[in-house]
Design a protein around this ligand. Structure first.
Ligand code: FES
Length: 103
């Protein structure tokens, strides 16, 4: 069973920013929206572009390569060309610390 791992602090990521990280040999990104922090894989399921080079738009993250969009809360595709959702990870914030639970 996976445990939460501290990956960053709240003040490292402004609203609208993406922070790339490697946690336990896995490349992920932490995205901050007006609603909080979300963690997804740093690899677009369409053609493997690094999501870290994309941008946050509202509650979505946009792939820099062909513009696919993913809902940060669910990982679901919200705009093509991707047809498969992006992997998401559970996030919790305690005080100033951000924790992610890898599956
Ligand atoms: S690689 Fe992300 S949309 Fe094509």
């Amino acid at each position: 069973m996976a445990d939460f791992v501290k990956v960053a602090t709240v003040d490292e990521i402004a609203v609208g920013e993406i922070l790339p990280l490697t946690v336990h040999h896995r490349d992920i990104v932490i995205c901050r929206t007006a609603d909080g922090f979300f963690a997804v894989a740093d690899e677009c399921p369409h053609d493997s572009s690094p999501i870290a080079l994309g941008h946050v738009d509202g509650h979505e993250v946009v792939c820099p390569r062909h513009g696919a969009r993913f809902d940060l809360a669910t990982g679901d595709v919200t705009a093509p060309p991707a047809v498969v959702g992006i992997e998401t990870y559970e996030v919790k914030v305690e005080s100033n610390d951000i924790f992610v639970k890898l599956n």
